[in-house]
Design a protein around this ligand. Sequence first.
Ligand SMILES: Nc1ncnc2c1ncn2[C@@H]1O[C@H](COP(=O)(O)OP(=O)(O)O)[C@@H](O)[C@H]1O
Ligand SMILES: [Mg+2]
Length: 267
Amino acid sequence: MSKPLLSIKNVSKSFSLGDYEIQALQQVSLDLNKGECLAIVGESGSGKSTLANIIMGIYPQSDGEISFKGSTLPSKRLLSHRKDIQFVQQNPLSSINPSRSIGESLRLPLDVHRIGHANERNNHVSELLSEVGLTSNYSKRSPSTMSGGQLQRVAIARALACAPELVVLDEPTSSLDVLVQSRVLSLLQKLRKKRSLSFLFITHDLAVVRNIADYVAVFKEGKLVELNGVNELFSKPVHSYTKRLLSAIPVISEDEIQLLNQIKEKE
Ligand SMILES: Nc1ncnc2c1ncn2[C@@H]1O[C@H](COP(=O)(O)OP(=O)(O)O)[C@@H](O)[C@H]1O
Ligand SMILES: [Mg+2]
């Protein structure tokens, strides 16, 4: 079998707060293969964002190793890593620079990574906007004039600008209204297929996972407690914590009501 695109081996992270230590991640190992969507689920504080930040090189792990395409990621990421691994965060208001126009924000990664000819980059910005369902008029807009859903589309366009291989998405729809959430989620699925992207998709919402993931990693208190294919996770959850998470999701069909009843009976 070919090497995983991303391989996380025995990664731990502790934060010290004075004489108090928080074990945010404990010996987490996970692989993500090319083209797959691996979801990470778990309640608030289970270490999901910590793992995302470590993958992005925002801060280092305390222990363990992460490799990308078979090579260990150095603590200071190379320019090629910063191109190939992109991040979409929960809150586009804090991840998009408010003092730049949308066009400037989208052009920046094209300039930094020298993608296409300089005089073609404004056209490329328009194409990116169109890919995420926005017209090229948005290029001149300031982030402060746009809705959360529109800004998250811009954050997705910015992540796609340098044709990455892996996109780490940390609760990308959690700050949005329900209707906008489902539109952004469909957009992400469409783009993933079209561009053959690999996703590491973090969410606390199992209903979202059902729609997008191939595999699901369940985190609890900084530990990986279950790793399963998405269908297996929903039909035969192994860990009692996964069963509890599943029994808390909104029920949308008769089949699921029966499934949840079966899970509850077995507990
Ligand atoms: N920069 C930090 N400094 C200190 N503690 C942190 C920091 N980031 C996260 N933590 C702690 O690590 C644990 C995991 O947090 P986080 O990864 O944000 O969880 P999640 O994204 O699953 O909600 C929590 O107890 C949180 O308070
Ligand atoms: Mg988080």
